[in-house]
Ligand binder design. Sequence first.
Ligand code: SOE
Length: 381
Amino acid sequence: MEKLRVAVIGTGFVGRVHVENIRRQTDAEVVAIADQTAEIAAGFGRALGVARTTGEYRDLLDDPSIDAVHICTPNKTHFPIARDAIEAGKNVICEKPLAMTAAEAARLVELARAKSVVHATSYNLRFYPNVAQMRRMVETGQVGEILAVQGSYVQDWLFYDTDYNWRLEPEVGGASRAMADIGSHWCDLLEHVTGRRIRAVCAELATFHPIRKKPKKPLETYAGKMLAPEDYEDRPIGTEDFAAVLLRFDGRARGSFTVNQVAAGRKNRLLMEIYGTRCGLTWDGERPNELWVGRRDGKNQLLVKDPSLLERGARGFADLPGGHSEGYADTFKQFFRRFYAACRDHSLAGDLPGFDAGLRQLELVEAVLRSDAEGGWVEVD
Ligand code: SOE
């Protein structure tokens, strides 16, 4: 079988994650890298051992031998690059948020369907074995009717007013930050696991650092603790550090979650709790190999990831035996495996978070922003 030839556009921390996990596939290879300048692309190519690099991504789209592109650039460029890639007939994985607005995302969904390319938004958290397990438990009725969901996604990499990144700037990252960046992961996971759709939201946002100190030179995500006062300039911040959101579903189910990017000590913690009429489930993204199952009339359980103990349908998300942890990078390996299988057989594309998943999250993000601005419940669909 000939390997699928893949180009990665964008060389930040997640670009590296993509390259490394494409390389873990047996049927795909990274053949080229692009970034906004030839120098940046070449530096990354040297570090990761990719010979072909360019400062002009369109050169790669013009190359008929390239089957797929991964878009790992800052948010504002997602739409134009994805549009150009689809028009060139490439299969596309795009980092989240899929675009700057739901309207842009809707255009990408339409275009991808019209051109029959395989498309996916990088909601990688779906591919943890215990997340697949939770989904199977809900599907098979083991959780019962879902009554309440709650949780959070919290980080501390933007804790100080000297922490800075392009995500803080609405013209590059979009009108929403914490919600679009990490809240969208939480909502995607919730809807994926429960099969329930959020029908309405009531939200309050907060920006704890209305002014931040912007370094005079660009910094990569999660970097930048080593600068001196003279290295900064003040910049007003309009995007949210924090959001608290109430959720309504059809029927009895209700829920809430918070997101916070200034939560001291929480490096990158997603917490999801689902309470049904039969049992409760809790999953903590910083301890992804454990799943808590709570019961009123029996012993609570802590399921430690072990393929032999996972439901059928969840087992295929674990490659290693029990006691051998699988983590963040492995979710991309599992995700890309399914993406490349779908590139060969389009009937498998249903297993992926398509561009429709990216659109869905932007609709939710926009509803949250509107709810905060107007001060009340906003319907989503
Ligand atoms: C930055 O907040 C970020 O890297 C997100 O963009 C990712 O999607 C999440 O995995 C971790 O945090």
